[in-house]
Design a binder for this molecule. Structure first.
Ligand SMILES: [Zn+2]
Length: 366
């Protein structure tokens, strides 16, 4: 009898303990925003930069410096860097869930971190410094760890924020962790190009296809006549409700050929080696000459980008003479706002130098 009561009591305690654990874990896993202001973005995860895929979010600070930057979860500071280039003043915080949050281009650190790094700077007699504290700088969720700034390779005040896998330091899209950015706006498609392989095996732009905006999120092209193996390239951007004038990167790309998916890639995590191939994912000639980034929607030749399909679904389309194809491209942002572009393609031998475009369509304004 006593045993029974005791075991009931134990199971009740255990139950309460488990509930408490689940709640605290749930609470623990929920990130708070790194800034106190509504988040407005001037750079999305994975967007194509001059020599790399952007590894985090660029969060706008209203043109100001000195905004409080908070640790998004409980954790311990695992790395502090002060440099004149790159991330400038940056803090890395390791969390129990196996992620590391990174806060870069800071103006300065919280007093506790500032005095730690000052001491290290005096000891090393150097401004630039890198420290890997161990169990020395514990921070709690919401604690101010620094102040936003414009240090390092930054071209205006903002917070560069990342979430990495602590084990291998590979960056995740922070949006996966509910870093909330209001976004009801669909990506904008500006220009569409066809690629063919030239005699040297390079994918080159052979045609610019006029596009017509039917309504917000829906575009069409005139009927396209072409032949051989083609690829699609888009000039496009995305923006969010609080950053309507920014031209940020999109999150995912899908191509359907006669309703069957033939290409599908998205920016959720990036490996360091991916950046080696970033200039292969755009038409480099177009970028060099016009500063326009035409993003390939197919696997670029000689590239090895971790998030782009390698074999069957490589995004290239074989157009055979006298056959007709319905092509649908879908471009989405992280909040699944989607823009579509519909194309009807008929196989016909074409001269790349003097291509035929049927119908008269007006290029939509940006
Ligand atoms: Zn950045």
């Amino acid at each position: 009898m006593i045993m029974k009561v005791k075991s009931k009591k134990i199971s009740l305690i255990f139950l309460l303990f488990s509930i408490n654990l689940i709640f605290s874990q749930k609470d623990q896993s929920k990130l708070i925003p790194p800034l106190d202001i509504p988040l407005s973005i001037s750079g999305t995860f994975g967007e194509i930069r001059s020599s790399h895929f952007h590894a985090g979010l660029d969060i706008k600070t209203g043109g100001k410096e000195g905004l409080k930057v908070r640790s998004v979860l409980d954790g311990e500071v695992s790395r502090i860097r002060v440099a004149v280039s790159g991330y400038g003043k940056a803090i890395y915080v390791d969390h129990l869930n196996g992620t590391t949050s990174v806060y870069a281009h800071l103006k300065n650190f919280s007093p506790k971190i500032e005095s730690y790094i000052k001491k290290a700077q005096y000891e090393k007699k150097s401004y630039t410094i890198e420290k890997f504290p161990k169990n020395e700088l514990i921070v709690s969720k919401g604690e101010v760890i620094g102040f936003s700034g414009n240090t390092g390779g930054s071209s205006g005040p903002h917070l560069h924020f990342e979430i990495r896998n602590t084990k291998n330091q590979m960056p995740f899209n922070p949006m996966i962790f509910n870093i909330d950015v209001i976004d009801t706006k669909k990506p904008v498609i500006q220009k569409l190009f066809l690629f063919h392989e030239n005699n040297f095996g390079e994918d080159i732009i052979t045609r610019k296809i006029e596009i017509e905006k039917i309504k917000d999120g829906l575009y069409k092209t005139a009927k396209i006549y072409t032949s051989g193996k083609i690829g699609i390239g888009l000039q496009m951007y995305d923006n969010q409700d609080l950053s309507q004038f920014n031209r940020n990167g999109v999150h995912s790309v899908k191509i359907f050929l006669n309703n069957k998916i033939i290409s599908d890639y998205k920016y959720d995590n990036i490996k360091f080696n991916d950046s080696e191939y970033v200039n292969l994912l755009i038409d480099y000639k177009e970028f060099k000459s016009k500063k326009i980034r035409v993003q390939k929607l197919f696997k670029p030749k000689n590239s090895n980008i971790s998030f782009i399909e390698k074999k069957d679904k490589n995004g290239k389309i074989l157009i055979e003479d006298n056959k007709s194809y319905n092509l649908l491209v879908e471009i989405s942002d992280f909040k699944k706002n989607t823009s579509k572009i519909e194309m009807k393609i008929t196989g016909r031998k074409t001269n790349f130098i003097n291509p035929t475009i049927e119908g008269e369509l007006v290029l939509p304004e940006n």
